[in-house]
Ligand binder design. Structure first.
Ligand SMILES: [Zn+2]
Ligand SMILES: [Zn+2]
Length: 397
């Protein structure tokens, strides 16, 4: 089959590789019909994630048709159409039983590598380094999906792939960020970062009753999308714009009820051992703005909530914790517990409350993917989200 392979920092190739096969009785093989490139894939591309090996298949946002199932897979059969969550959960451990799926203790066979680097391990992830389990990703024609009884969400309506594909990561991630913001009806919510996760955070904040959403970014095409969802936008790259002042002005000097950091941070490389401190961020915006969390804490009103979908992996300097304490704020964060959100969000799509495909700017083939990673990284060509049809021939996607 064809697959997008990591061949070294900044070096991707679409190669012919062996088809995946069932390894365990709880596996399924999926014939992938649509897959996407994520902001966090750029950190693999840019070499920030340790334990990548040449030939590793990228991609953790994919869906498709069940091709084959192992003996223990009882709730899926050949031909079923499914969206696959990017986190892999066993469904049986302490954390899965608490519905903290992204903390699953059983799906990362290389958890010792994670523990050496970070002191803990979360669940395994598709296409995201050997330290995160070494699972082949979904920017390919087929993928092996372990624990297939637990993860994949069956799509039984005739909604097109593009409307449900983002249930694999960015829609649930944005939704959990808004849920973590503890929004009350009429609240003012500020969202830093209008990449794909930020977009779904904005949409979800409105779904959860926000009266106003203030979206902060610097890329015009992203700000435009945020406005199309009903957000007020602040372009912090404009010379006379100060984000904290703008947020004060918009809230009568009080500050937003909730602040959401959909940007994240790469840890300072001097703080942790070697290359491990280059931590992944799950979001689009490059981490040249390490002040977002500080700003969010400073901006939020007394007693408000700071929600953090942006990934942090290391040690943070000069976080105004005294202000966080003094204002009595709540902070909520963490990797998305995908399995809690996929089905309810599918229902919202089916009911027409949201059409996630609005985000897609580019449709490409697997062969075009290596080139498009560069476009994506450099934020060229007004790119907002790239979707791949793994079966399309060059020029036809
Ligand atoms: Zn993703
Ligand atoms: Zn588990």
């Amino acid at each position: 089959m064809k697959a997008v392979c990591w061949m070294g920092t900044g070096k991707l190739e679409t190669l012919n590789v062996p088809d995946p096969t069932l390894l365990n009785p709880h596996d399924a093989i999926i014939k992938i019909t649509r897959t996407a490139i994520c902001g966090s894939d750029l950190h693999l591309y840019d070499g920030f994630i340790p334990t990548m090996e040449a030939g590793d298949i990228l991609g953790h946002e994919f869906m498709g048709l069940i091709e084959e199932v192992g003996n223990d897979v009882t709730n899926l059969k050949r031909g079923d159409r499914v969206v696959v969550p990017f986190t892999i959960a066993c469904g049986n451990c302490l954390f899965c039983r608490k519905k903290l799926w992204s903390a699953c203790d059983n799906t990362n066979p290389n958890s010792h590598l994670m523990e050496a680097a970070y002191g803990y391990s979360g669940s395994g992830l598709f296409g995201y380094s050997h330290m995160m389990g070494g699972y082949a990703g979904g920017q390919a024609q087929y993928a092996r999906v372990p624990f297939a009884n637990v993860g994949p969400l069956k799509i039984e309506s005739d909604l097109p792939d593009e409307k449900v594909l983002f249930l694999s990561d960015i829609f649930p991630t944005g939704y959990m960020a808004a849920e973590n913001a503890q929004i009350q009806p009429g609240d003012t919510v500020a969202v830093w970062g209008c990449g794909p996760v930020g977009q779904f955070t904005i949409a979800s904040a409105f779904m959860l009753g926000a009266g106003r959403v203030i979206a902060i970014d610097r890329f015009p095409e992203r700000l435009k999308l945020a406005r199309s969802l009903g957000a007020i936008t602040v372009d912090y790259s404009e010379e006379d714009v100060n984000v904290l002042t703008a947020l004060k002005d918009l809230t009568g000097g009080i500050g937003p009820d909730a602040c959401i950091d959909a940007v994240g941070l790469e840890a300072h490389s001097t703080e942790l051992q070697g290359v491990y401190d280059k931590v992944k961020t799950s979001l689009l915006l490059e981490t040249d703005r390490p002040g977002v969390l500080r700003q969010a804490i400073q901006a939020v009103r007394k007693g408000g909530t700071v929600s953090i979908p942006g990934v942090y992996g290391g040690l943070l300097d000069k976080v105004p914790f005294g202000a966080a304490f003094g204002k009595g704020i709540t902070m909520k964060m963490g990797q998305t517990n995908m399995h809690n959100y996929m089905k309810p969000l599918l229902e919202r799509i089916e009911q027409g409350q949201i059409d996630p495909s609005y985000l897609i700017s580019h449709r490409i083939t697997l062969d075009e993917a290596p080139e498009m990673y560069k476009v994506w990284r450099d934020k060229k060509d007004n790119v907002t989200k790239i979707v791949i049809d793994p079966w399309a021939e060059k020029g036809s996607a």
